[in-house]
Design a protein around this ligand. Structure first.
Ligand code: IVH
Length: 717
């Protein structure tokens, strides 16, 4: 970590001589400028937000003590950095500024005290604050003229941003046309574009498969998704938008308070953050901070603190700004979720599709309330520190066994290494040699995949395909798993046992186990008895009939996850039709390829993978032997006349009569869309015991809440 991030070691600002201050001011100004550029223009920050804040705090403290150092070029006078030049520039009619930070309760009390003094309020006067989560995304200014969206611009340097209108039009939370009457002729709505943690994880998974950039956190992936030249790419990346501020507004402002403006945004068709709360005292602000911090891990989007804003807009106007930040608002940040530990070993995991993931084994350490022992090291280049632009790992760092590393829980979920403390590197730290051969007994060669553009990707893969025992076993595990054939009593441990014994080498073998048992005598194996063997065979028999989408998913084709399998099943309707199409696609039949391409959610990556799978004799054999053992049911077309067709449903809390997966499958079968978060567009929230923030969201948006029984009644089950 840079020295400046450890202020305890540097001289107290109060003790600096003027000459020292001048030198340090210059160095910090340069550092801040560099980090601003990396953050705003390249979406590739090299230091954490907490480290940045620390630099900024020290810089501000120096300027506060030696105001003569401040010039118009000072980073304290700018917000962010100039646009990167990839998009048309847009000058903001009203500059987009930034917020000052508070870290301690004391800072919040000072903030409120300053406001009371500035407004010359007496002790009896109450100041109301709008308290809002601080969304860790990208701020955006949306300009509406005559009620129509005309421009969407990023913040850029605060004065000039980038025109990302075409991309922003793909966001469902951004109305193309404002709802309501008597709208201001010109109206700029501002807020935050973000990506949910779930979408971020799924996107990184896809990026990883394709050997593309891995994003460090949802914020960077939102930024990357927004900076696409092709809006269809942005459209494929689910981005959300919360409205919380405004810029130019012609005529009379629709409300006199921040909270009133937020209500107005909702009337206009925007989504606003459901956790926003009106607070009436410092105590309430601090309680709000605590309560939001407690909910932080549960939220499906990243936040890095909360924001307090004086609610009365006339007071906001009187308070005004001090250089780049308002006097009427402040960000009360959360401490960063990072920790330091030692990397003890690196292991290679071979996935179902043969891809290698190096996993770092850590000395266990707590980060944000969770004990972390494993950390993904992504790929070979990441470990070597090659080609890393600081998106995740601090630039120029390689990772060795024995190193002291800083880990972070990105998106609150996957821990990863973000820094290596070179100063602490022991002399015997070992460089990791990425395997050239698969660790499987076949020792097949490892190749680096091609990216979509034909360049060498960063992802290494075993070339053995289903001949590689690791891939075979991983495929068998997937095959029997809950979302595929869902065979009770055939979990990962049992599969491993049958595989090691040589009793199950491919999926069809599962269905012939019973026939072969006269010889195998499973009931004599330790841990099995007559009853459990009978139960297992019954469970296997119960799955001799299988839904088409499950069957397709269970084949284990690359890039064919559950959603894709469902799309294929619905597209072809029957196994025969699908199978026939796959064989044709593998043969390069252009008509069949075009037909598959025309299906909803299916693109060339899936088609390539289907062609590769069905192009292999070995795989065709596996499929043939399997289809002679099971009956594949035709796909159910979504029912359009069901009571929940086209409705959006959110499940929350514990369901008692069905699992979440079952509830989701039933809802989808009846034509509903199942979503993970509640918005105005949600039709029903089905809440079981223990439902938390989603229930509150439902109440806030006036969404109908159903008990599990009411839900079952509604769908007639
Ligand atoms: S109000 C004058 N409200 O935080 C600045 N900002 O450091 C008005 N942010 O640039 C900003 N959530 O990107 C505001 N509820 C919220 C916010 C929020 C996130 C971001 C925004 C802004 C930065 C300020």
């Amino acid at each position: 970590m840079p020295k400046t991030a450890k202020p305890k070691q540097s001289v107290d600002v109060a003790d600096l001589t003027k000459a020292q201050a001048k030198v340090e001011w210059k160095r910090l100004a340069l550092e801040l400028e560099t980090h601003d550029r990396l953050y705003y223009q390249e979406d590739a920050p090299k230091i954490s937000d907490a480290q940045y804040d620390e630099l900024r705090r020290r810089f501000n403290a120096i300027e506060a003590r030696f105001p003569e150092l401040v010039s118009s070029e000072s980073p304290s006078q700018k917000v962010g950095a100039a646009p990167s030049g990839r998009f048309k520039k847009v000058r903001h009619a009203v500059p987009m500024l930034s917020l000052d930070n508070a870290f301690a309760e004391e800072d919040v009390r000072d903030f409120v005290g300053r406001i009371a003094r500035f407004l010359k309020l007496s002790d009896d006067d109450r100041i109301d604050f709008s308290a809002e989560p601080k969304i860790d995304g990208l701020s955006m200014s949306l300009r509406y003229e005559g009620g129509e969206l005309v421009t969407a611009a990023t913040r850029g340097d605060g004065a000039e941003g980038e025109d990302v209108t075409a991309n922003i039009r793909t966001l469902k939370d951004v109305p193309q046309k404002l709802h309501g009457r008597n709208l201001p002729d010109i109206c700029e709505v501002r807020g935050e574009v973000y990506m949910t943690k779930q979408a971020f994880l799924a996107l990184n998974e896809r990026q990883k498969e394709a050997g593309d950039t891995i994003f460090a956190n949802p914020r960077n992936s939102a930024a990357g998704s927004l900076r696409q030249k092709d809006p269809t790419i942005t459209a494929s990346r689910p981005l959300g938008f919360f409205a919380y501020a405004w810029g130019e507004m012609s005529g009379q402002r629709p409300a006199d308070t921040q909270s009133g403006m937020i209500k107005w945004f909702e009337h206009c068709g925007f989504t606003t953050n459901p956790l926003t709360k009106l607070c009436h005292s410092v105590e309430e602000l601090i309680a709000f901070h605590r309560s939001i911090e407690e909910q932080r891990a549960e939220l499906d989007y990243d936040i890095d603190g909360v924001v307090y804003k004086v609610d009365r807009i006339d007071w906001q106007e009187r308070l005004g700004f001090v250089s780049r930040t308002p006097r009427w608002g402040i960000a009360h940040k959360f401490p960063a979720e990072r920790a330091m530990t030692v990397l003890q070993d690196i292991e290679i995991q071979v996935g179902r599709t043969g891809s290698f993931t190096p996993v770092g084994k850590l000395e266990p350490v707590g980060v944000g309330g969770v004990i972390v022992q494993n950390v993904t090291l992504h790929n070979e280049d990441y470990i070597k520190g090659i080609g890393n632009k600081g998106e995740v790992l601090r630039e120029g760092r390689d990772i060795r066994v024995g190193d002291t590393v800083v880990i972070q829980r990105a998106g609150d979920v996957i821990p990863q290494v973000v820094d290596v403390l070179i100063d602490k590197r022991p002399a015997d730290a070992k460089e990791f040699h990425f395997p050239k051969k698969c660790p499987c007994p076949l020792h097949t060669d490892v190749v680096r995949e091609e990216t979509a553009t034909g360049e060498e990707g960063s992802r290494a893969r075993c070339t053995g395909e289903f001949a590689c025992p690791y891939q075979k076993i991983e495929h068998l595990k997937l095959f029997a798993s809950r979302r595929a054939f869902d065979i009770d009593g055939l979990g990962e441990k049992q599969i491993q046992f049958f595989f090691d014994e040589g009793w199950v080498k491919e999926p069809a073998d599962i269905f012939t186990l019973q026939k072969r048992n006269a010889k195998l005598k499973l009931e004599e194996v330790e841990g099995y008895g007559e009853t459990s063997v009978r139960n297992l065979f019954n469970a296997i028999d119960a799955r001799r009939e299988v839904a088409l989408e499950r069957f397709i998913y269970a084949l284990g084709m690359r890039h064919v996850g559950e959603t894709t399998a469902l799309a294929l099943a619905r597209g072809y309707g029957s196994w025969d039709a699908f199978h026939d199409a796959c064989l044709k696609v593998a043969n390069g039949d252009e008509e069949a390829i075009a037909e598959m391409d025309a299906l909803d959610q299916i693109g060339h990556t899936v088609i390539k993978s289907v062609a590769a799978y069905f192009g292999e004799d070995h795989n065709r054999g596996i499929v043939e032997r399997l289809t002679s053992e099971v009956k594949i049911l035709d796909a159910e077309k979504p029912k359009r006349n069901s009571p929940i067709a086209t409705k959006t449903v959110v499940f929350t809390g514990t369901l008692e009569k069905m699992t979440r997966d079952e509830a989701k499958a039933t809802a989808e079968r009846l034509g509903a869309k199942v979503s993970g978060s509640v918005s105005k567009k949600t039709d029903y929230v089905v809440a079981g015991p223990g439902a938390g923030s989603k229930l509150k969201d439902a109440q806030k948006h006036g969404v109908q809440v159903l008990t599990e029984d009411e839900w079952l009644q509604l769908i007639g089950e």
